[in-house]
Design a protein around this ligand. Structure first.
Ligand code: UD1
Length: 417
């Protein structure tokens, strides 16, 4: 098993280019099923999760051609409708392909995605919405089969603004008869990106970014080319890396409008940020102070930034209180931080973080994607050497992470195992 080895304490500074968004790319790749033709995607991050989506598309009969800066997906010859169990288990968000399959072919077979590293992650909101759209669902021996003759638009009130359920309903409804309305939809920017992609394909989706989305079914969707939005969580990760190292960095190809709560919290703790078109400058000269954070659905503070921000708070003056409202098991990385000298107490949804003067290098294990990135931030400022195992988690979501970190001056290497 490969691991990262980091020698902490080097001065970091410079420029980093943000990659395409993982969470926008995944549903857009699933949406490529809908035109039964060619889609050319630019700015797809080269990460494990997008690779897995390509593997699934290929297993269904699609083709995926990777060129230097684009990926060409052809779904003209899709002839299977079952998502392989081993791939489904590896990536929970592959459930988003179900919406693509149902929207185009009115059938999909997949296995229950089960538990995962940050919580149980059920899919009952997806299934309830499918049923409302007239899709029959039968469950046997862990397999779920969804099928119907036709899909007719309906009004769907989501119990919770689930990102995946919102995206699945949009995908299922693009080629339906009539109009589907989603109330209490998730408002994440990645859903706007999905809407823009689908509309470029000829779909009629409006309202993404608000909690009321309308999808007017159309008969056909055409070939399309599309440039995926920048990754807001990667942007936030590098901003926090600058903050924890008291560095000056230029974060390029970033959209500040998508990360308002992150920018606000960084300013609240004492960072200086300058937002320009497509880039953010951060300068951290003074001592930073504690802050309280609650994760919420967008436009609230994102749960995906919680672990990285908690790590930053471990070395600022004072006590911070963090409440994780989205996932029930998203503090496992804090045990690893404790091994590095952090003072964190967990009580249910709440983490109480007492700032310490120094973190110390240790042997630690990534517990999930963002928790893994958080350990890299900790290692960058720790005294001595930090070895991080289970880096496969980190490779799921950060493109060229080590190269980008080395470019900023971090002493990090991969030891191949
Ligand atoms: C997406 C993101 C993930 C992010 C999350 C919340 C992708 C590929 N992943 O995940 O990075 O952390 O949004 O912003 O875009 N829930 C249910 N029942 C359901 C569906 C969800 O109870 O049927 C719960 C989940 O367990 C979780 C909460 O709702 O506690 C949020 O989940 P959801 O918004 O669906 O997240 P994902 O789409 O899985």
């Amino acid at each position: 098993m490969s691991e990262y080895i980091i020698k902490g304490g080097k001065r970091l500074e410079g420029t980093v280019n943000i990659s395409g968004s993982k969470n926008a790319a995944l549903p857009i790749i699933a949406a490529c099923l809908l035109n039964g033709g060619k889609s050319i995607l630019y700015n797809v991050p080269k990460i494990h999760d997008t690779e897995m989506m390509f593997e699934i598309l290929k297993s269904l009969g699609g083709t995926v051609e990777k060129k230097k800066n684009k990926v060409i997906i052809d779904t003209n010859k899709i002839n299977k409708f079952e998502i392989p169990e081993n791939l489904m288990r590896q990536m929970r968000s592959s459930v988003i392909l179900v919406g693509g399959l149902l929207g185009k072919y009115k059938k999909a077979i997949f296995s229950y995605p089960g538990g995962c590293d940050i919580g149980t992650r059920p899919i009952e909101l997806h299934l309830k919405a499918f049923e409302k759209l007239g899709i029959n669902i039968s469950k046997n021996y862990g397999n779920i089969e969804c099928f119907c003759d036709k899909i007719i638009g309906k009004k769907i009130d989501l119990d919770f603004p689930s990102v995946g359920a919102t995206e699945n309903v949009i995908l299922t409804s693009c080629l339906a008869e009539g109009t589907t309305i989603i109330n209490n939809a998730a408002r994440e920017p990645e859903i706007i990106d999905l809407q823009n992609f689908l509309n470029k394909m000829g779909a009629k989706v409006k309202g993404a970014g608000s909690s009321h989305i309308e999808i007017e079914g159309v008969k056909h969707l055409k070939d399309v080319s599309y440039n995926i939005m920048p990754d807001r969580i990667e942007t936030g990760t590098f901003l926090c890396l600058a903050a924890i190292n008291h560095s000056e960095m230029l974060i390029k190809n970033a959209d500040a409008n998508h990360i308002t709560p992150i920018i606000n919290k960084l300013e609240e703790i004492g960072c200086n940020l300058e937002v320009e078109k497509n880039q953010i400058k951060i300068k951290v000269a003074k001592k930073l102070r504690a802050v309280d954070i609650k994760t919420m659905p967008y436009p609230g503070f994102p749960t995906d930034m919680q672990s990285v921000f908690v790590t930053l708070l471990t070395v600022v003056k004072g006590t911070s209180v963090v409440v994780e409202n989205i996932f029930e098991n998203r503090y496992r990385f804090t045990q690893e931080l404790t091994r590095m000298g952090a003072k964190i107490t967990i009580e249910g949804k709440t983490a109480i973080v007492k700032g310490v003067k120094k973190l110390y290098g240790a042997n630690v294990k990534a517990t999930d994607l963002r928790g893994g990135a958080a350990l890299v931030l900790a290692g960058s400022v720790a005294k001595g050497i930090t070895k991080i195992q289970n880096i496969e988690y980190i490779l799921r979501g950060y493109e060229d992470f080590v190269k980008k970190l080395q470019g900023l001056g971090l002493d990090i290497d991969i030891i191949k195992g």
